[in-house]
Design a protein around this ligand. Structure first.
Ligand SMILES: [Zn+2]
Length: 158
């Protein structure tokens, strides 16, 4: 085995191993970590199901969906700033939608294989809480649609 095939196979094995471990349900590797009991104590059942179990809130259920006020959307799990009203748009899907995160470092992504077609899952980079998914049918300039569960966010007016 030469060096290149060794590296390639190592990467493949590493990626395959790390994916199931790095889910939003895992607290490993995040700056902010809490036990399951701590999360349950600070979140409602609906918030816990979405943020820690990668659930999805009902479409059009979030009061943040129609919100057009200027401000910053923070992570409910750790208060990190995640999205700005400057990047919010009406996607018509029923979930708060943004064409980019407030900062590249604010969110992490992974592949989500829950449905037949793989999706890009996104979560808070600081506490690992699940936010939603990123699709490629968003508006300019990014062409991305961050489809975010409102329960994962706390809005702070500017
Ligand atoms: Zn967070």
């Amino acid at each position: 085995m030469n060096r290149r095939t060794f590296l390639a196979s190592g990467l493949t094995a590493g990626a395959a191993l790390s994916w199931p471990l790095r889910g939003a349900a895992s607290s490993d590797g995040f700056e902010v970590t809490r036990t399951k009991a701590e999360w349950k104590a600070m979140l409602s059942d609906a918030e816990y199901r979405v943020m820690r179990r990668e659930g999805t809130e009902r479409a059009f259920s979030s009061p943040l969906h129609d919100l057009k006020d200027k401000g910053i959307y923070h992570c409910r799990g750790c208060d990190q700033a995640l999205y700005s009203s400057a990047h919010k748009f009406d996607s018509g899907t029923g979930w708060p939608s943004f064409w980019q995160a407030i900062d590249d470092g604010a969110i992490d992504t992974k592949r989500d294989w829950k449905l037949v077609i793989p999706r890009t899952e996104c979560h808070c980079s600081r506490c690992g809480s699940h936010l939603g998914h990123i699709f490629d049918d968003g508006p300019k300039p990014t062409g991305k649609r961050h489809c975010i569960n409102g329960v994962s966010l706390v809005f702070k007016p500017a």
